[in-house]
Design a protein around this ligand. Structure first.
Ligand SMILES: NCCC[C@H](NC(=O)CCC(=O)O)C(=O)O
Ligand SMILES: NC(=O)OP(=O)(O)O
Length: 314
């Protein structure tokens, strides 16, 4: 594995999940691997988990870490080629990525969807520009369409918690008043489609994800029906893909509550966080029926498995 931009960069998903579990059990075993190597963490958007867990993972492997918030710490970056740069963006990504690449052995980038232009978002322009111009391996810390470090942590968590070999996993849309990206849901679907879990996606009509992400998953528009017998309830809000970036519904009946969880097979609630309490999921579910903190803790081992694999192949 050279880059980790999407699932398509991964040769063997199960092996990477197992590497994460091994790193967790023996977190300082590979401290020499990253010695004298530097990772740059480049953020176009806010973060709590991704920033701290990736820094921690890199340090566990002996790496040095540089972190930069684009636009706050640095100049704003122009992504388009051939434009007259007479606006608010003082630097082009061509120079910026090449310069950061000269200081770093690996660059990890977070750049959310703009949610205005579907084609532009799904072309993953920021990831592609960094890959093209930096000359070093690129890790996706949540891009316009995917969040693979999160999805890997999600699979590690399911493997740790599951009580049956082939659990029933339900990805459910949750209500939110703001338009949020599809990245986490897309990526979760893509990764779960690589497992042999029973996998169902449920959301109101108009919220269908991109067909290439849905794959062979079963889509059910009735949430109660979908939740029946679930072992894992993975909640996430996303804005519409078909009516791109729009909020078509804020229906509060889609919030996950104790009553909804009663439909499941004594299931647990999962969410990538941050999550808004009593808007997307009730206090009771988060405090008594969720594994969200374990899931977030596993971001460290997900990042460490990815970094180890890239460092080993450098
Ligand atoms: N990295 C985890 C999720 C990040 C982002 N959530 C958010 O922006 C939530 C913001 C809010 O609730 O105001 C998303 O959905 O992709
Ligand atoms: N789950 C996740 O990516 O969290 P942050 O946005 O806080 O990094």
């Amino acid at each position: 594995m050279k880059h980790f931009i999407s699932l398509h960069d991964v040769q063997n998903v199960q092996e990477l999940v197992q590497e994460g579990i091994r790193q967790k059990a023996n977190r300082f075993a590979d401290q020499e691997l990253g010695k004298n190597k530097t990772i740059g963490l480049i953020f176009f958007n806010q973060s709590l988990r991704t920033r701290l867990s990736t820094q921690k993972a890199a340090e566990n492997l002996g790496m040095k870490v540089l972190t930069m918030n684009v636009g706050q710490d640095s100049w704003q970056l122009e992504m388009e080629d051939g434009v007259v740069m007479n606006g608010d963006k003082a630097e082009h990504v061509k120079e910026a990525a090449a310069v950061i690449g000269s200081y770093c052995d690996i660059i990890a980038v977070r750049a959310f969807a703009g949610l205005k232009d579907r084609d532009a978002d799904y072309q993953e322009i920021v990831m592609e520009k960094f890959r093209q111009y930096s000359g070093v391996p690129i890790i996706n810390l949540e891009s316009a369409t995917r969040h693979p470090c999160q999805s890997l942590a999600d699979l590690i968590t399911i493997e740790e918690v599951k009580k049956t070999a082939r659990p029933k996993v339900v990805l459910t849309w949750l209500p939110h008043f703001k338009p949020l990206p599809q990245a986490v849901a897309n990526s979760f679907a893509e990764w779960v489609n690589q497992t042999d879990y029973e996998f169902i996606i449920t959301h109101p009509k108009g919220y269908d994800l991109a067909p290439e992400m849905v794959g062979n998953a079963k889509v059910i528009y009735d949430q109660d029906e979908a939740l029946k017998g679930a072992d894992f309830v993975y909640g996430k809000n996303w804005s519409s893909y078909t009516h791109y970036g729009q909020v078509l519904s804020t229906d509060p009946s889609w919030m996950i509550t104790q009553e909804k969880m009663a439909l499941t097979n004594n299931g647990v609630f999962m969410h990538c966080l941050p999550v808004r309490r009593n808007l997307k999921v009730s206090d009771y579910v988060l405090d008594n029926q969720s594994v969200v903190v374990q899931q977030a803790a596993n971001r460290e081992w997900s990042a460490q498995a990815v970094l180890k694999t890239i460092l080993t192949n450098m």
